[in-house]
Write a protein that binds this ligand. Structure first.
Ligand code: ATP
Ligand code: AMP
Ligand code: MG
Length: 211
């Protein structure tokens, strides 16, 4: 097995004591991950004077895919051939594991990506082992509200889905989050992002960061 600098560091430090620093934040498109993360990072700064490094998996992948001329915006990536998505995912996962050196790190990503050929696993074994998260947070919300959030956000080209399909996707994400916990020993925390209550969800995420 190829050992990265980070995996060696995690191994050595975990022999002394548990020293995991990464929280992976997941949830279906439009549920509010990025919004809740931004608010939690501000809260940690205000309440504890600490910085949190946020690494966005989609941004890492987009840098590679756009430089290669494969896509023009980040929402096109899940429509690429799945072999290409996996290739970019591997590069992004390695880059994120290398960058995740700070005391408190959030990885903003997905456990299941809806492609033209079924769900792509966002955090397969080779990605998640390198990151070694302490917690996988799954952000959830009412399916109807998520449909509304997607259609009211002009900054993105999110897929239109029925509330019923959104519900199924959310249930599948629970199973996928548990799989990450099984592979890595991370805890799995569900955080509800209720309509108009970003601050409540952000407080829970801040608690997880400071644990
Ligand atoms: P993606 O996976 O596509 O990046 P995301 O989960 O990061 O999506 P956001 O971009 O954070 O989602 O939020 C989607 C939209 O929902 C935004 O317009 C945001 O302002 C809105 N939103 C987020 N949380 C709430 C909330 N609690 N109540 C109402 N609107 C919200
Ligand atoms: P986001 O801004 O979080 O929606 O990310 C943009 C896009 O990046 C997603 O729609 C996916 O195509 C891709 N992406 C994000 N995280 C992953 C991942 N872990 N594995 C594969 N693709 C991902
Ligand atoms: Mg986002």
């Amino acid at each position: 097995m190829q050992m990265t600098e980070r995996s060696i560091r995690v191994m050595v430090s975990s022999q002394m004591s548990e020293a995991r620093n990464v929280v992976i934040v997941t949830g279906i498109p439009g549920v509010g991950k990025t919004t809740v993360i931004n608010s939690a990072v501000e809260k940690v700064k205000t309440d504890h004077g600490e910085d949190v490094l946020v690494l966005n998996f989609g941004t890492e992948m987009f840098e590679v895919a756009s430089k290669a001329g494969l896509v023009k915006d980040r929402d096109e990536m899940r429509k690429m051939p799945t072999a290409k998505q996996r290739e970019n995912q591997k590069k992004a996962g390695e880059a994120i594991a290398r960058k995740a050196e700070k005391a408190r790190v959030i990885v903003d990503t997905h456990t299941l990506i809806q492609t033209n050929n079924g769900y792509l696993i966002g955090l397969p074994e080779w990605v998640v082992r390198a990151i070694s998260p302490k917690t996988v947070v799954l952000v959830e919300a009412d399916s109807e509200k998520i449909a509304g959030r997607r259609s009211n956000d002009p900054s993105r080209a999110r897929d239109a889905q029925t509330a019923q399909d959104i519900q199924v996707h959310q249930e599948m994400c629970r199973a996928a989050a548990v799989a990450v916990g099984t592979l890595t020993g991370a805890t799995v925390r569900i955080i509800k992002n209720r309509e108009g209550k970003v601050e409540e969800a952000a407080s829970e995420l801040a608690q997880t960061l400071m644990e």
